[in-house]
Design a protein around this ligand. Structure first.
Ligand code: GLN
Length: 311
């Protein structure tokens, strides 16, 4: 493995290169509470399998993890080993935008994968069905995020969740369309409330890279030694991140970066190098596919400069 000191130098180099790209993307503005985020921000964090961290930029600033939360909810869903899930959501790339309705209509209300919005809404529905009154689906999510990041201070931003509940017209349409196909069991408003709340969890890149370490270590947190999921389930999640983690730009991300990764419209991306590390990056300006423009570039530079990828 690369000399550890070199990781910090690599991050510093990436920082200098990518900040020249400020102004080329657009902050997500369809969620009013996110529209006013300062666009010119960049931070990146690596957590190695032994827990050692390297950071650059505003690495202590939290942001809305948005669709990155779908990895945690899918982790919980796999853990509950709900067999019927396989019939409720597929595992194929969609080739369509994350909030598209068209495919869902002609494919009978079954979403292509758990990382597009429709798929994540089905996962939320399933988590509500398998939760108890003592511990609801959202509590379970927060518990998992805190456990994986080893940080009990992580919480969600209620005003972001509320803002999306008021303006999430496409998600409301997706949920209702799936309900009409009998692919949502619970009350649509309850499911959406859960979905918007999980998307509104806030983390910084240090917490985020730390929290994905279990996926770099076959499902076991390598620092706390706690088992989060089985190695076979970790393989499944990483495979889904590689093929579906960036929506209709998943192929481009895999081609450029060569790692399983998951993005969110808040501007975060997290990627995994099995056996080595997890990497989180944040920069809120998005490309036309709704993925962080500078974040993708930074990850491409990282794997190119270090020569480390899954291939
Ligand atoms: N909450 C966002 C939405 O549902 C999540 C989308 C994303 O991060 N790509 O539209």
């Amino acid at each position: 493995m690369m000399n550890k000191i070199k990781y910090q130098n690599t991050l510093d180099e990436i920082y200098t290169e990518v900040i020249t790209l400020f102004g080329q993307g657009k902050v997500a503005n369809y969620i009013p509470a996110l529209a006013n985020v300062e666009p010119n921000q960049f931070s990146m964090s690596i957590t190695l399998i032994d827990g050692q961290q390297f950071n650059v930029g505003s690495h202590e600033s939290s942001f809305s993890i948005q669709s990155i939360s779908k990895v945690f909810s899918y982790t919980l869903a796999l853990r509950s080993s709900n067999k019927s899930l396989d019939k409720k959501v597929w595992r194929e790339p969609s080739g369509n935008p994350f909030n598209s309705l068209v495919q869902l209509e002609y494919e009978g209300g079954i979403p292509r994968n758990p990382f597009i919005n429709a798929g994540a809404i089905v996962i939320c529905d399933s988590l509500i069905s398998t939760s108890s009154s003592q511990e609801n689906a959202l509590d379970k999510m927060l518990k998992l995020v805190k456990q994986c990041s080893n940080d009990p201070s992580i919480t969600l931003n209620q005003s972001v969740a509320k803002s999306e509940m008021q303006s999430g017209f496409r998600n409301i349409a997706l949920a209702n369309l799936m309900k009409s196909f009998d692919n949502i069991n619970n009350d649509v408003t309850d499911v959406l409330q859960n979905y918007f709340s999980q998307c509104a969890i806030e983390m910084n890149v240090q917490q985020l890279s730390r929290s994905f370490l279990f996926l770099a270590n076959q499902g076991i947190d390598p620092v706390s030694k706690e088992k989060i999921i089985s190695s076979s389930q970790a393989k499944k999640i990483n495979s889904l991140m590689l093929t579906c983690g960036h929506y209709d730009a998943s192929g481009d991300f895999a081609y450029r970066v060569g790692l399983p990764g998951k993005s969110g419209v808040g501007g975060g991306i997290v990627a995994v190098i099995p056996g080595k590390m997890a990497i989180a990056v944040y920069s809120p300006e998005l490309n036309e596919n709704g993925n962080s423009l500078i974040g993708t570039q930074a990850l491409e530079l990282f794997t190119t400069k270090t020569g480390v990828s899954i291939f």
